[in-house]
Design a protein around this ligand. Structure first.
Ligand SMILES: CCC(=O)SCCNC(=O)CCNC(=O)[C@H](O)C(C)(C)COP(=O)(O)OP(=O)(O)OC[C@H]1O[C@@H](n2cnc3c(N)ncnc32)[C@H](O)[C@@H]1OP(=O)(O)O
Length: 363
């Protein structure tokens, strides 16, 4: 086995004490895995299925200034089921309200950062290869806005997956706060795409980001392809998309490929009971908490987003706003995805991957 998995996981606590009163060295608190991140807090939202522990949780900490989204499918390396995609979509919609303060649910807007992570010492193994036979329902999704989701199967209905995941990735990246992927273990396929939609990526030494789409007879479709090119450049993106090149925490530790350009490697000295990834997340988040007000974070993030690209801003069909040239690139990526998704080669390769990983459906 190439990667050793941590037995701990990144779980964060909502602090009731004002962050201004807590010394910065312990400001960003992380709890060991014995604490459940799937139970609801007074200001967090849990959509885990208690029997399987499978779902996506949203928690707030530091006086609601930091939101943490945790992907959890413990028996399948946090593979994404249709229901989890819908939950993720729902959480991102509420983060949009939280960070833009246009909802009565969030009166005091101190929003500063969003962290995207996975439970159980790994990030996300892409879509759940055993979820195809499981129809998603609006009820399990906690109230989906898309009526077509009620009988969707991942392979048969790539459009439904695109609907949710394009919205999730576009809106996560456009949130007016700093977004960070905190990655232990695998980020594969759709999991790798998710890492491209946060502003920063923090890797543990055992992190591995791999775009396995081509191996599965597919092509990225959630915007990950376009964003990967932006992050690593066209040439490396092609090597990653077609030749199996990965982003490895171990290599980033040596400053090997990206020279620190695309990620932070988790190299901060850890306190007792925390991992290097936790310690690095603390070091990344604390300066944000130290800023005197959250408005400047949002103003700067908006300005960076609008400066980052040229072209006319337009409203997209999913409600998000994109630069015109970005939207055209998205359409190209979506069309490429739809041209292969659910086709013969894709179905064969997904079946081969299923046979290879051998998980039991419904387990
Ligand atoms: C948007 C398009 C996409 O996302 S296409 C990409 C789909 N994903 C993949 O092809 C990744 C498939 N998984 C793997 O290659 C491996 O499981 C990886 C992630 C490398 C982990 O390897 P390893 O540490 O050896 O664990 P393992 O294979 O024994 O897996 C542990 C249990 O988890 C399960 N699992 C893992 N990934 C998925 C998945 N994507 N869908 C469903 N189940 C998955 C495995 O089946 C295994 O289950 P079990 O313990 O044998 O019952």
């Amino acid at each position: 086995m190439y990667l050793a998995h941590h037995t701990h996981r990144l779980v964060m606590r909502r602090c009731s004490i004002s962050s201004m009163l807590v010394p910065s060295s312990i400001r960003f608190a992380l709890l060991p895995s014995s604490s459940s991140s799937s139970s609801s807090t007074s200001n967090g939202s849990s959509t885990s299925d208690p029997s399987s522990g499978c779902g996506v949780t949203l928690q707030f900490l530091h006086d609601d200034s930091v939101a943490v989204i945790t992907l959890q499918n413990p028996k399948r390396r946090n593979a994404l089921t249709v229901s989890m995609m819908e939950q993720l979509d729902m959480h991102v919609q509420s983060l949009l309200r939280w960070s833009t303060n246009d909802s009565s649910n969030y009166n005091n807007n101190n929003a500063r950062a969003v962290i995207l992570t996975g439970g159980g010492g790994t990030f996300c193994s892409g879509l759940d290869l055993h979820d195809n036979e499981t129809p998603s329902t609006a009820e399990t999704a906690g109230g989906s806005t898309n009526s077509s989701s009620s009988s969707s199967h991942l392979l048969r209905d790539g459009k439904n997956m695109l609907y949710h995941m394009t919205r999730v990735t576009n809106q996560l990246l456009s949130l007016p706060v700093l977004s960070i992927s905190a990655i232990d273990g695998y980020a594969m396929g759709g999991g790798a795409e998710l890492t491209t939609c946060t502003d920063l990526v923090v890797l543990s030494r055992d992190a591995k980001i791999q775009f396995v789409h081509a191996k599965r007879g597919a092509s990225p479709g959630w915007g990950g392809l376009r964003r990967l090119i932006k992050k690593v450049g066209r040439e490396r993106a092609l090597r990653m998309l077609l030749l199996g090149e990965c982003i490895l925490g171990e290599e980033e530790a040596l400053g090997a490929r990206s020279g620190g350009k695309i990620s932070y490697y988790a190299d901060v000295v850890a306190n007792e009971g925390e991992t290097a990834l936790h310690a690095t997340m603390r070091a990344v988040i604390n300066p944000l908490l130290d800023l005197p007000c959250s408005q400047s974070i949002r103003a700067i993030k908006r300005a960076v987003s609008s400066a980052d690209g040229d072209g006319e801003v337009i409203d997209c069909i999913d409600g998000s706003t994109l630069k015109l040239d970005t939207n055209l690139a998205m359409m190209g990526e979506r069309d490429a995805f739809l041209s292969v998704w659910g086709g013969k080669a894709n179905l064969e390769q997904i079946q081969k991957a299923r046979d290879r990983i051998k998980g039991t459906p419904g387990k």
